[in-house]
Design a protein around this ligand. Structure first.
Ligand SMILES: CC(C)(COP(=O)(O)OP(=O)(O)OC[C@H]1O[C@@H](n2cnc3c(N)ncnc32)[C@H](O)[C@@H]1OP(=O)(O)O)[C@@H](O)C(=O)NCCC(=O)NCCS
Length: 175
């Protein structure tokens, strides 16, 4: 079973060999990575994605390809990653889409589905998002999926991030 979840317009599934070139284009795009630490080096990305390809289901928390049902194209890389926040392990919701796919409500659609997946299938109690303070589109998505601003944090690389949070009880109350 390679599908992690499905929404009205999108499928989130495990990585396949044919995804690698598109994933490299995504993570080396200056516009996409502007608020995410900048473009990654293409050879490094290929090594990383080939490593994932050897066992695509190895990680419980990972970023997975997002496929647009209408076009069957890979349009994003979204998922859940574990992060150390001031000594506590938190699970972060991450949404990254190719620039051509922005503005369709896709991040909101996959974000809501991932939150439901995290709370129901994975039985998590809480998710966070770490948002670059100038990344207004990302902050708007966090708000639309029901997350609330908690505080600002300084990451180990000295980067300032807005910490957004959603808790299971609050998510259910707002449905
Ligand atoms: C952030 C990102 C995921 C949003 O994806 P998307 O599919 O376009 O998001 P949605 O269409 O679901 O919602 C975007 C919202 O932000 C708003 N928005 C977009 N650009 C904006 C801006 N510059 N300032 C303020 N709001 C903005 C949109 O109007 C929309 O809100 P609305 O529905 O109230 O009108 C996408 O731009 C992206 O992949 N960016 C690069 C990667 C990244 O920064 N990811 C976030 C960090 S994990």
């Amino acid at each position: 079973m390679t599908t992690i979840l499905e929404t009205e317009r999108l499928i989130l599934r495990l990585q396949r060999a044919a995804d690698i070139d598109t994933l490299i284009n995504l993570w080396s795009d200056p516009a996409v990575t502007h608020y995410l630490g900048g473009p990654r080096e293409r050879d490094w990305l290929r090594t990383e994605f080939e490593e994932v390809g050897r066992n695509p289901a190895a990680e419980q928390y990972d970023l997975w390809p997002v496929i647009e049902k209408d076009s069957s194209q890979l349009v994003g890389n979204c998922g859940l990653l574990d992060k150390d926040i001031a000594g506590k392990t938190e699970i972060e919701l991450i949404y990254v889409f190719a620039a051509g796919a922005w503005g369709n409500g896709y991040a909101t659609e996959i974000g809501r589905a991932l939150i439901q997946h995290a709370f129901e299938a994975l039985e998590l109690e809480r998710l966070i998002a770490l948002i670059e303070p100038e990344n207004a589109a990302s902050e708007r998505v966090a708000q639309k999926v029901g997350m609330r601003f908690d505080r600002e944090v300084i990451r180990p690389d000295d980067a300032r991030r807005k910490l957004y949070v959603i808790e299971k009880a609050a998510a259910h109350a707002s449905v």
